[in-house]
Design a protein around this ligand. Structure first.
Ligand code: AMP
Length: 191
């Protein structure tokens, strides 16, 4: 993290809104907290689903939003027209590489296969020692209970070392995620 710039929080979440309105509500709460702490948000660049909800809330809070979107998804994921800082990449892999480089911390909200891909990307990178940044999973309505069980199962069956469970943290609320990030990044902000 550049000493003179605000921490960049990369948010991984669904390009859909899910079946329960609490998912969108929690996405908006996270966006407000990111803005309220003077952080900026990095994300997949789309305007739909929880991605759009979070990005709009950050912008409405007056903070900076940067989207990274593969060219072929511009039509599908519909970047908001206000999004001036849209980085267009040739493919999904390049998008993820840039996200991992540009972010200071990662927050995972409920989402689909794309969100899970992003979760495993940062968790495997961290467990292999090529990424050392906070990773927080917000367990909205228990959405990630099955993911927690899968990770425990992977360790129990001997396909990963228990240390992998320590490279990310599962928390219940966006506020806990932001507090953990502030602590890990050594910031004193408390809002
Ligand atoms: P989803 O959680 O499936 O709604 O997707 C969330 C985000 O992940 C969207 O911006 C998708 O474009 C992206 N995504 C989907 N599949 C992949 C993949 N294989 N690798 C990286 N990102 C993906």
């Amino acid at each position: 993290m550049d000493k003179n710039s605000n921490p960049v929080i990369c948010v991984f979440c669904g390009s859909s809104s899910g079946s329960d309105p609490q998912y969108a509500a929690v996405a908006r709460t996270l966006g407000r907290l990111i803005a309220g702490r003077g952080f900026s948000m990095l994300y997949g660049g789309g305007g739909l689903g929880l991605m759009g909800e979070t990005a709009r809330a950050v912008r409405e809070g007056g903070a900076h939003v940067v989207g990274i979107l593969p060219d072929f998804l511009r039509r599908v994921e519909q970047p908001p027209e206000w999004e001036k800082d849209l980085i267009v990449t040739p493919d999904l892999q390049d998008r993820k590489t840039r996200m991992l480089t540009m972010a200071d911390a990662f927050v995972v909200l409920p989402g689909g296969a794309g969100t899970m891909d992003e979760f495993f990307e940062v968790v495997t990178s961290a467990s292999l020692g090529v990424l050392a940044k906070p990773i927080l999973v917000v367990n909205t309505g228990g959405y990630f209970a099955t993911l927690k069980r899968l990770m425990d199962h992977i360790v129990r069956e001997g396909f990963a070392r228990p240390e992998i469970l320590g490279v990310y943290r599962v928390v219940d609320t966006p506020k806990e995620a932001m507090d953990a990030i502030a602590d890990e990044l050594g910031l004193l902000t408390r809002k």
